[in-house]
Design a protein around this ligand. Structure first.
Ligand SMILES: [Cu+2]
Length: 313
């Protein structure tokens, strides 16, 4: 601070610390109340699923902690500009400050408390049962699985440049439409046919990388019906930005009706698909194998190259 209370010359220096605190405190309390009571339920990614809700809560906690810090910085900035600005005829520097134990101790204690709390809170949110840290697209063997019966299995298959979905509990049909029932745990098995994609169902609070040869598992349970958007979230080539589609959370009855109807409709196509498996190996897709054999391409690295592909190895 420019003027220390220990070397006051002339009129007594006011207690700047106390004044800044008195301005900061009501602003910080007001901001936190507005965030907690009014803004909280509007934070992304919304409340469509249990996972989305849990992410929204984590964001809310971060906002509530961050707002007082930001308001302190702005208050201090504004106070300095107004109170300590250069005045006509005053060309003296303020007294030099060499250490201030109370400010240093307050600063270290404040930042340490905030950072340690966040480390503890973050660890709890990741590790506690039912929290997002296990079975949220971290890999093939989730250490936590949802309670309350068998989850509905939905395989998400990324490929350039579209997502398709397989429903193994309904004969393994594959479709471009993503339907899921409300109040029913869903297990997404995310994989890819070619390059790395990422299945990002924004309103579901689900984001899982789609790696070829890997079954990446993410759980969620929808809390109400509604539409959600799916985007690819990993740059995957020319039409990455167009890799978008909508999904629907519908009632259990509507889902059952849709799934059984689609299963029957697609039965002739399903018969041509390879048997359901948690990962797709393009080299075992019979049609591609045939095409490879016909073109005399070894396909040793697992990719199919058309006969006159210039980048053919
Ligand atoms: Cu992609």
């Amino acid at each position: 601070m420019a003027a220390s209370s220990t070397e006051a010359a002339g009129p007594k220096e006011p207690n700047h610390g106390l004044r800044i605190f008195a301005i900061w405190l009501p602003l910080a309390v007001a901001a936190d109340l507005v965030i907690w009571l009014a803004w909280g339920q509007h934070l992304p990614p919304g409340q469509l699923t249990d996972t989305a809700k849990s992410q929204q809560f984590d964001l809310l906690v971060l906002f509530v902690l961050a707002a007082p810090v930001m308001i302190f910085v702005l208050t201090f900035f504004a106070y300095s500009l107004i109170v300590w600005r250069h005045r006509e005829g005053d060309d003296e520097d303020g007294p030099a400050i060499h250490g201030h134990t109370r400010i240093q101790a307050t600063w270290i204690t404040g930042t340490a408390v905030i950072v340690l709390f966040l480390a503890g809170f973050g660890t709890y949110e990741l590790a506690a049962p039912g929290m997002a840290g296990a079975g949220a697209g971290e890999g093939p063997s989730a250490i936590w699985t949802p309670r309350g019966g068998q989850p509905l299995q939905i395989q998400v298959i990324g490929q350039q440049w579209r997502f398709t979905y397989r429903y193994p509990q309904f004969g393994g049909f594959e479709t471009t439409a993503l339907y899921m029932p409300v109040n029913q745990p869903v297990q997404f098995n995310v994989t890819s046919l070619d390059v790395i994609h990422s299945f990002w169902a924004y309103q579901l609070g689900v984001k899982a990388d789609a790696n070829p040869g890997v079954n990446n598992i993410a759980f969620t349970t929808a809390k109400h019906t509604g539409q959600f958007i799916v985007r690819c979230n990993e740059l995957c080539g020319l039409w990455h930005g167009a890799m978008v589609n909508n999904g629907q959370v519908v009632s259990m009855a509507a889902f059952q009706a849709w799934a059984t109807k689609t299963e029957a409709q697609l039965a002739p196509i399903t018969a041509q698909l390879p048997a359901y498996s948690t990962v797709y190996d393009p080299t075992v897709v019979p049609q591609i194998n045939k095409a490879m054999a016909k073109a005399g391409i070894a396909g040793a690295n697992g990719y199919y190259y058309p006969p006159n592909d210039p980048v053919q190895p």
